[in-house]
Every structure is written in C-alpha cells, then in structure tokens.
Design a protein around this ligand. Structure first.
Ligand code: GAR
Length: 193
C-alpha cells in the first residue's frame, strides 16, 4: 500500500510508521510527505530518508485550508500514486476536495479518547478538565473536526504532577505503537475489498 503523509510539526508519528516499515511489521511504502508548514521537521525527516517532501501553499491563511489548496494536495498525492493518506499532526481541517479524492482512505491520529477533547492541544484540554485518564484515537477522517469513525483507541493515565509536556509525551509513546498498527489494519481491510 502506498502511503501519503500530511503533517504540520515534528513528524514523530510518521517516523513510527517508517520504523514499522523498516522492521517489516508494516507492508507499505511512504511515497510523499506534505506539510502546510515550510519549517516543519517532518519535511526534514522525510528528505533525510529520500522520501519526496513538499509544502502545501495555503495562500497565506494561518489556519484555513482553502479548497484550491486541498484540490492541489489531492492532485499531488494522486500523482505520487498514494492509496492511503495518513494525517500525522496535520493541523488544518480536511474538507470535500480531498475527502472526495480519497473516500474512506484518509485516517488521522488524535491525542485523546474521542469524542472527548477534539481540536488543538487535546492533552492540555484533558489536564484542564481534571480527568483521571485520556488517551489517543486513530479514526477515519470526515468533514467534522476529529469526528470520523474510530478505528482504534487506547487509554493513557493522567498522573499526579503531570504537566502538558509530560502528559503529551506519555500519550505519544502509545501513539507511536498504535498508529502503525492501525495503518496495518486499514491496509488489511482494504485488501479484502
Ligand atoms: C500528535 O500527538 C498527534 O496526535 C497530534 O499532534 C501530534 C503530532 O506529533 N495531532 C493532533 O492534535 C490533531 N488534532 P508528531 O508531529 O510528532 O507526529
């Protein structure tokens, strides 16, 4: 299965997917990595591995993902032969132009037990809410914000003295195992179709 990755930041989840491919536990190949943030470390990680990496031009909008940019992104992914799109810390809302190009073929990892704490800095939302546990979720992407059908979730405890940074780090440890595993499950399901 040919993967395309969209990310806005460090790309540690993409790295986890790459590590699983290298280890032979995930039968896939990453063909293209795109970011809306030209300075994102995910682009450096990709280039260091010889993976094609590029910037999505959002026309100067800070948070919006304009339709033209979504259509251009879909075209680039298709051109690279991408079959499954993995959002890995991608912080813009995906809408119809991209969703229609990859029906039920776009998945996302989110750092909470959805439907709780959608949106940005979910680990901080969990701390502020004082919940005893939070977690992470891999789900199919639909038009809502972190609302699509859940593929897999796992809980993570919130410990006394946690800061946003310590809690996010604990969630990420689980993410790095859960995301490659979920990608593998989606591939197997798709091969059955
Ligand atoms: C991850 O924790 C991911 O769950 C989160 O951003 C981080 C990206 O880290 N995504 C969201 O909050 C999406 N709503 P990474 O760039 O190191 O993979």
């Amino acid at each position: 299965m040919v993967l395309g990755i969209l990310g806005s930041g460090s790309g540690s989840n993409m790295q986890a997917i790459l590590d699983a491919i290298d280890a032979g536990t995930l039968d896939a190949r990453i063909a293209l990595v795109l970011s809306d943030n030209p300075g994102a470390f995910i682009l450096e990680r990709a280039r260091a591995r010889g993976i094609e990496a590029g910037v999505i031009d959002c026309g100067g909008f800070k948070t919006k993902f304009p339709d033209e940019a979504q259509a251009a992104t879909a075209a680039r992914l298709k051109e690279a032969g991408v079959e499954l799109v993995c959002l890995a810390g991608f912080l813009r809302l995906v809408k119809r132009p991209l969703l229609e190009a990859f029906p039920r073929r776009i998945i996302n990892i989110h750092p909470s037990l959805l439907p709780r704490f959608p949106g940005l800095e979910a680990w901080k939302q969990a701390l502020d809410a004082g919940v005893p546990e939070t977690g992470c979720t891999v789900h199919f992407v639909d038009e809502g914000m972190d609302t699509g059908p859940v593929i897999v979730q796992e809980s993570v405890p919130v410990l006394p003295g946690d800061t946003p940074a310590t809690l996010h780090a604990r969630i990420q440890t689980v993410e790095h195992r859960l995301y490659p595993d979920a990608v593998g499950r989606v591939i197997v399901e798709n091969l059955k179709c």
